[in-house]
Design a protein around this ligand. Structure first.
Ligand code: SIN
Ligand code: FE2
Length: 221
């Protein structure tokens, strides 16, 4: 079970200063970028997760993912025994994924623009929920129709150690700590870099409790 209610009245990270860290030729970590709109993001996210609950999807190899997953937007990323792909409908309900809230698309567009990618209009937002111990193995985002658009990701809740690698699985990745409100944008020459997340450490976040939620915005179709 994943907690889907957030304490919207907990303290914000008032001391966190906005800052951009370059982690690749066309890759940036935008520190605290989402903090000004995080309340609206969390409110919208709660509604989405009521309509399209988190579930543990199964990889083509038959393994259940450690993250709980859902989506919003025109296309949602899914996996099952027949493969990784995008779908216009939530396989759990048979209905279209919930619409992408304006506050999501606007935040993603602003982050992309800050990182040098204009006119980013995401058609997909993947929601990944990590409880302590959950992780994401090194992978490339390759299921999208084209790679011209960047990947835009938002971290919420518990801290994570993001792995940002090279173009071969074996390339030693940079270790990048990500906190609540941080955004990562990678695209252009860096679009197909391997990346992943180390197992989330036990902890308690004032807003989200014992979980980390990552929103990944993409142009998939
Ligand atoms: C992903 O690459 O699918 C997730 C990245 C993250 O959780 O930060
Ligand atoms: Fe990814």
């Amino acid at each position: 079970m994943h907690p889907t209610t957030f304490d919207l009245f907990a303290d914000t990270e008032a001391g966190q200063q906005p800052r951009a860290d370059q982690i690749g030729e066309q890759s940036w970590v935008l520190r605290g970028f989402a903090l000004p709109c995080v309340d609206q993001i969390l409110t919208a996210l709660e509604a989405i997760l009521l309509a399209a609950p988190l579930r543990h999807m199964v990889t083509p190899g038959g393994f259940s993912m450690s993250v709980g997953t859902s989506s919003c937007g025109a296309l949602g990323w899914i996996t099952d025994r027949s493969g990784y792909r995008y779908s216009t409908v939530d396989p759990l309900s048979g209905f279209l994924w919930p619409e992408m809230p304006e506050v999501f698309s606007e935040l993603a567009r602003n982050a992309a623009s800050k990182a040098g990618f204009a006119d980013f209009n995401a058609d997909s937002c993947l929601i990944n929920c990590y409880v302590p111990g959950a992780k994401m193995s090194l992978h490339q985002d390759k299921d999208e129709k084209a790679y011209a658009a960047p990947i835009v990701s938002l971290s919420l809740g518990l801290p994570a150690m993001f792995l940002f690698g090279g173009f071969a699985r074996g390339d030693k990745p940079q270790r990048i700590p990500l906190l609540h409100g941080d955004m990562v944008v990678w695209g252009g020459v860096d679009r197909l870099r391997y990346h992943g997340v180390l197992p989330i450490k036990q902890g308690h976040h004032p807003r989200l409790g014992e979980q980390r939620i990552n929103l990944t915005f993409r142009i998939a179709g």
